[in-house]
Design a protein around this ligand. Structure first.
Ligand code: HEM
Length: 126
């Protein structure tokens, strides 16, 4: 599902999936990093977080009747982003981050189940 904005096709699940895949990969890569390189990866990932939210919001606005499941999908999607950001921030400061990493795994599994259940794009469950 794509929409046309300024003459280009944007807002499909392909763009959304590409953005969060990149962010998740970069999030894992950042565990190998520290100091300045960690800061740079975190900056790049923040740009990706915005793009995830923008592509997700475009999907949301392309739907004519938004139900609770879509709201839940968006909220859990935001939870994934917050837990990734918090994990990276805590780790960069040398503080405990395990609770945020656990939240990341829980929210990530939930968002995949819900995302691939909802009708747009790829539908694996339900
Ligand atoms: C890292 C965070 C996120 C992940 C891992 C994620 C994952 C996914 C997945 C797997 C799908 C299904 C794609 C498909 O069926 O082709 C999806 C669709 C969607 N996402 Fe996200 N998402 C995230 C963040 C967000 C955010 C922040 C929003 C809202 C602002 C959002 C809104 C949506 C909407 C509306 C859909 C369409 C649902 C449907 O398939 O019918 N997502 N997302």
């Amino acid at each position: 599902m794509t929409v046309e904005r300024w003459g280009i096709q944007v807002g499909g699940t392909v763009e959304h999936i590409s953005m969060w895949l990149l962010a998740i990969i970069l999030f894992f890569v950042s565990f190998k990093m520290s100091g300045k390189s960690l800061k740079i990866t975190m900056m790049i990932n923040r740009v990706l977080y915005i793009l995830i939210i923008v592509t997700g919001a475009m999907l949301l606005f392309s739907i004519s009747n938004i139900n609770g499941e879509y709201i839940g999908k968006a909220v859990i999607g935001l939870w994934v982003i917050v837990s990734m950001e918090m994990t990276a921030v805590k780790r960069s400061k040398g503080k405990p981050y395990k609770s945020f990493l656990i939240q990341f795994w829980i929210s990530f599994v939930l968002v995949l189940l819900l995302g691939f259940r909802l009708p747009l794009g790829i539908q694996l469950f339900g």
